[in-house]
Ligand binder design. Sequence first.
Ligand code: NAP
Length: 497
Amino acid sequence: MICVTIARETNNELRRSWESAAEAGAKLVEIRLDYLAEPVDWTLLLRDKPTPVLVTVRRTIDGGRWSGREQERRSLIVEACRNGADWIDIEMDIAQELPRTGISRRVISFHDMLSTPADLDAITDACRAGDADLIKMAVMSHSLNDALSLLDAVARSHSISPTMGLSMGDWGQFTRVANARFGQSWTYASFDASASPAPGMITFADLKTIYGYDRISGTTKLFAVIGDPVSHSKSPLIHNLAFQHHQLDMVYVPLRISPADLDGFIRRMTDWGFAGLSVTIPHKEAVIPLLDQVDALVSLTGSCNTVIARPNGELRGYNTDLGAALDSLSEAVGGDGTQTLTGKQVLLIGAGGVARSLAFGLNQAGAKVVITNRTHQRALELATEVGAEVADWADRNRVAGESAIIVNATSVGMVPKIDDSPLDSSSIHANQVVFDTIYTPEWTRLLLDARLAGAVTLSGIDMFIRQACAQSQMFTDGLEPPLESMAKALRLTLKPA
Ligand code: NAP
């Protein structure tokens, strides 16, 4: 179940937002009285409740806004019980001083806004001793390990009595979705993104539509995009769309992992119920030695963007980036890719991870690859490894003018610097194919210039969707993903506001 948290400054606004949440399908609402800038109007708030309600009056040390006296706060909690609150939230350290009153069920909570404490078992025991119907721990995470240690402690406590754990911040955001996989009673959601009362809280709409939270259960297979950072990733949007299209018992979450935690996570990923991963920066190379097997493209490029856990627990790595980029290019060039790329001069701008995969792939497809990069040494090393040519950065415009295909595999032109381009517009002409791997924005300066010059243009969206579709097929045992809807959903989210 999703518990929608509503925090407003007036009773009227609180009640109106609660009614809107109920209309939108909320089955439980938490009203945060600590945000009210006026006395509580119990009649207005709790008469003919739009949904069952959890009443919370959070202290500032626990991440709330209560600025009055503590005695007044405790009186409000007692009054909430007397006025028919279905649930009340009481902090662990005062729970024994506030005995059960009326029919309200008790969430006994513990908050740490700074860190994930080491003694989580002692904390759940203390919550239980406070006469808890539900134990809640909300703690700040600074690593994936923090978030996983919270889930471990919650699982131990949950085997004794109902317990939930939410790991706040970027590192633990996935727990707000994945907690349902571990049998926890509910997750908290904000009603609108601009009024989120806790770090990392996801909106009600996203939990329902992107993650299908209400369908997640103990049998749901988990998938994730792992990277650092990862909050910008559009992969959860499009992969969940494919899962929901096929009505699969699967959910896909963003998982921020630092390089230091990668090894530990990969070794335990199946214990946590993860059946597959998309891998992004900076883990595409580092993940390879942690896997049992990799496919030929991973061996060729030294880059892995997909991990699949086989039923026997074996982990296999794949590269769907390269096939996607080459397919996109082949289609833009026209006809059969391998043949049409053969003999064509490609100016490859960049020498990072994407450029590396493309250099190997284009070379194998028979293209004449010329690499240029801001840091010349990297271009030189990649060109030597691949057997490609290298062009000076200062000479890139001239070489671009001579090339049949231009590929930008740098971040030049990406948001926020959308007016930048790696090339002068005068070096692009009709009859060329210009491929920009960037997909934020879709129409980069480079592509706009190319379109104006009459060249064939190709954006990173096409590549992104293709690589995701190839991954989705692996995740779903070969089911055809809804390519059109995935591309449409992606484009909608990338549209400037
Ligand atoms: P990366 O490994 O970090 O490489 C970045 C590249 O950009 C390097 O060659 C770097 O040059 C160059 N660069 C960065 N800032 C520059 C500047 N101000 N001027 C000139 N060159 C600059 O990143 P990556 O993973 O290869 O990603 C590269 C691009 O591919 C990104 O724009 C990303 O959005 C895109 N991408 C697209 C997809 C997709 O599916 N469409 C997937 C992944 C990535 P130096 O060597 O000099 O630092």
